[in-house]
Design a protein around this ligand. Structure first.
Ligand code: FUB
Length: 323
């Protein structure tokens, strides 16, 4: 599979969460549905209904589409918009985490379980109690504890929960207001429920001050990912309105994180969303852009490229269209 080319072209794919399971690379993407509707700030153009899991036997192999792994018609609580998923392995089972709108139009996070990394996945009857917003990413840490990171601004509804209850009229943080960090919770051993009360993560600047809402080049917007490199926790995410992939690091899975830099410059298309995975001693960034559709925001394609660290643990910035 050539770097920086679409993994598959027969369907539109986005939001790739890549993992190595049983020596193979599995990619858990969103499945974009083409239509002619308008874009808006709520992301109504992202009308996904199901998930197809992709896999690569190795990086020289062609990418395989393993077919439909989960469809919203089989999930009792879902009304629409099956957005960016992730998968985690624990105690012999694979857990697919996914956001979708419930019957009241509120984004929640669900779980579905399988014996195989490619599914099919059996959904739980209801969403994770206490969950809201979008873009779950799960880290099973070296000591076996599992953590979930999630949340997205604007259409992802994160600002609407600032009072602890869903309120569409809650003002968004602006200007010198502290920016909202992504949500964090530890998962129970069952991988289907929160063990700790979800909380916002702190992302600090070089002086130890929280990033501000006006700092759109660095503040959190959506698409969190967590990986560990040399024992340090790397929280990476999209800055949304400014279209960067950026990261911060911490000694702890729940921060505070210090902003460290940019992972990737903007891609073709409004959204940018990624994952980072180690495979056979090298590190790779999986991401999407809209090259396959010549720039139509909701018709995206998943790609990968190598990611390199400097000696001091910082990540070298990737320019997606320069080799
Ligand atoms: O794919 C729908 C949404 O677009 C995702 O949840 C966001 O991260 C953005 O990629």
């Amino acid at each position: 599979m050539k770097e920086r080319t679409p993994l598959v072209t027969h369907i539109f794919t986005a939001d790739p969460s890549a993992h190595v399971f049983n020596g193979k690379i599995y990619v858990y993407p969103s499945h974009d549905i083409p239509h002619d509707g308008e874009d808006n700030d709520d992301g109504d153009e992202y009308r996904m209904e199901d998930y197809h899991i992709l896999s690569l036997d190795n990086l020289d192999a062609d990418c395989v589409d393993n077919g439909e792994a989960l469809h919203m018609k089989n999930i009792p609580w879902v009304s629409k918009q099956m957005w960016a998923p992730d998968c985690a392995y624990k105690n012999g089972k694979y857990y697919l985490y996914f956001p979708a709108r419930d019957k009241d139009g509120i984004f929640r996070i669900g779980v579905a379980v399988s014996d195989k990394p490619e599914g099919p996945f059996e959904p739980e009857e209801n969403y994770i109690e206490g969950s809201y917003s979008i873009d779950p990413a799960v880290l099973v840490d070296d000591d076996g504890r599992s953590y979930i990171y999630y949340g997205g601004l604007w259409g992802g509804q994160l600002e609407m929960w600032q009072t602890g209850k869903f309120d569409e009229n809650t003002p968004r943080p602006v200007g010198k207001d502290k920016a909202l960090g992504p949500m964090f919770a530890e998962l129970n051993e069952d991988m289907k429920s929160f063990k700790t009360e979800p909380k916002h993560l702190e992302i600090l600047d070089e002086n130890g001050n929280p990033l501000l809402a006006e700092d759109e080049d660095r503040r959190y917007f959506e698409g969190p990912w967590m990986h560990k490199y040399n024992g340090l926790y790397y929280l990476s995410y999209s800055t949304g309105t400014t279209h960067y992939l950026v990261y911060g690091t911490s000694e702890n899975p729940d921060g505070p994180f210090t902003y460290r830099g940019r992972i990737m410059e903007p891609v073709i298309g409004w959204t940018t969303h990624h994952s980072i995975v180690e495979y056979q001693g090298k590190w790779y960034l999986f991401y999407h852009d809209c090259e396959l559709s010549n720039g139509i925001n909701h018709r995206r394609c998943v790609k990968y490229t190598e990611l390199k660290y400097n000696e001091d643990g910082t990540i070298q910035t990737i320019h997606p269209y320069e080799q």
